[in-house]
Design a protein around this ligand. Structure first.
Ligand SMILES: Cc1cc2nc3c(=O)[nH]c(=O)nc-3n(C[C@H](O)[C@H](O)[C@H](O)COP(=O)(O)OP(=O)(O)OC[C@H]3O[C@@H](n4cnc5c(N)ncnc54)[C@H](O)[C@@H]3O)c2cc1C
Length: 317
């Protein structure tokens, strides 16, 4: 079922959902299930599965280093299929521009259609670790809006190189990313919103936001988006702080601000166990206020660990 239909069906009740990352190559998928199991009692209508960018690894061959491009956490679509099958829940693969040609994207979308996947999260992807700026793949898309357009075309039977008359068209519901504190490369929030609007105009059906720790950032973002005629659901993304290092890492990686009260509370913790508790309590307060404001879904970034998300969900849902 489509995310937008889940929202309609909920009739104003806030839904619970979360995002997981595929395990590192070679790890057991049961580790993933062990983290999903405790969250299923909160009845997520859908679970997102991220896609990682490829990266360079150096393999020692008798003293000579061989540089190889590889994806450390492959398996997004396979994991979507296995979770969908195991838990009878909708799963949403994150599909990236970076690292894929348009043809590869088409084949991936065809796989998703055959697997009965109804939603796709369309993203550009970050720059690779070695790159200063995002470099599109040869024959790949530059912006997420181009990917949205490709998915929208597929929904109407327009494949890359042929138009196919069929009564079995894909009908993907398309999600895209939004940034309450603007995307790091955008010169201003207004310009970033202009490009968000392009994604919606090309066919995106809903937006999921980057994490934020001050709800006012989200409320102002939604207001600014509505003023620009972006009228699709805007789902807030929530990440609980889990370790002290996040105080520096999150602003550095995601270019977001942290409220001073949160910084002070984390700073005063004597162990990461205490930090984890502060993160849970902050996320509970954020979630309660957002729920009260009537957000359609609260979407949690689990980063592969579910104990803190479970504690938050217990307090909020
Ligand atoms: C909810 C969510 C989930 C995510 N999941 C993943 C994941 O699974 N894997 C992963 O690698 N990354 C993921 N990301 C990170 C995302 O890939 C990065 O933030 C990336 O840098 C931008 O992706 P985007 O889809 O927002 O790009 P875009 O919408 O293409 O925007 C990228 C930048 O270009 C600008 N821009 C857009 N269109 C144009 C245009 N036509 N002309 C000029 N400028 C333009 C925008 O303002 C922005 O600064 C996720 C982010 C979010 C918020």
């Amino acid at each position: 079922m489509k995310v937008t239909d889940h929202i309609i069906k909920a009739k104003g009740e806030t839904l619970f959902s979360f995002e997981i990352i595929p395990p590192v190559k070679g790890r057991n998928i049961n580790e993933l299930y062990n983290n999903i199991d405790p969250l299923m009692e909160f009845k997520p209508p859908f679970i997102d599965v991220t896609t990682s960018r490829e990266e360079y690894v150096y393999i020692d061959r008798n003293g000579l280093l061989d540089k190889k491009l590889t994806r450390m956490r492959p398996g997004t679509v396979g994991i979507c299929a296995s979770i969908k099958h195991k838990y009878d829940v909708d799963t949403i693969p994150h599909v990236l521009c970076g690292g894929f040609t348009k043809e590869e994207t088409e084949y991936l979308l065809v796989d998703c259609h055959y697997l009965g996947i109804d939603n796709i999260m369309a993203l550009r992807g970050d720059a690779m670790k070695e790159e200063k700026y995002f470099e599109p793949s040869k024959g790949g898309h530059i912006y997420a809006s181009d990917l949205v357009k490709q998915i929208h075309h597929l929904n109407t039977g327009q494949y890359l190189h042929e138009v196919i008359e069929t009564d079995n068209c894909a009908d993907f519901c398309i999600g895209v990313a939004g940034y309450p504190e603007k995307h790091m490369e955008a010169p201003s929030l207004k310009t970033d919103l202009k490009w968000l609007k392009k994604k919606v105009d090309e066919g995106a059906h809903y937006v999921v936001t980057q994490m934020f720790f001050d709800n006012n950032k989200y409320f102002e973002f939604v207001e600014a988006a509505r003023a620009m005629d972006i009228n699709v659901p805007i789902i807030p993304g929530i990440k609980p702080i889990a370790v002290k290092r996040h105080l520096h890492l999150l602003p550095q990686v995601f270019r977001i601000d942290l409220p001073q009260d949160l910084i002070d509370s984390v700073d005063s913790c004597k162990s990461n166990k205490e930090v984890r508790q502060v993160g849970i309590e902050w996320a509970i307060e954020q979630s309660k206020e957002l729920k009260e404001a009537g957000v359609p879904v609260l979407h949690y970034y689990s980063m592969g660990k579910s104990d803190n998300i479970k504690a938050i969900a217990e307090a909020v849902f």
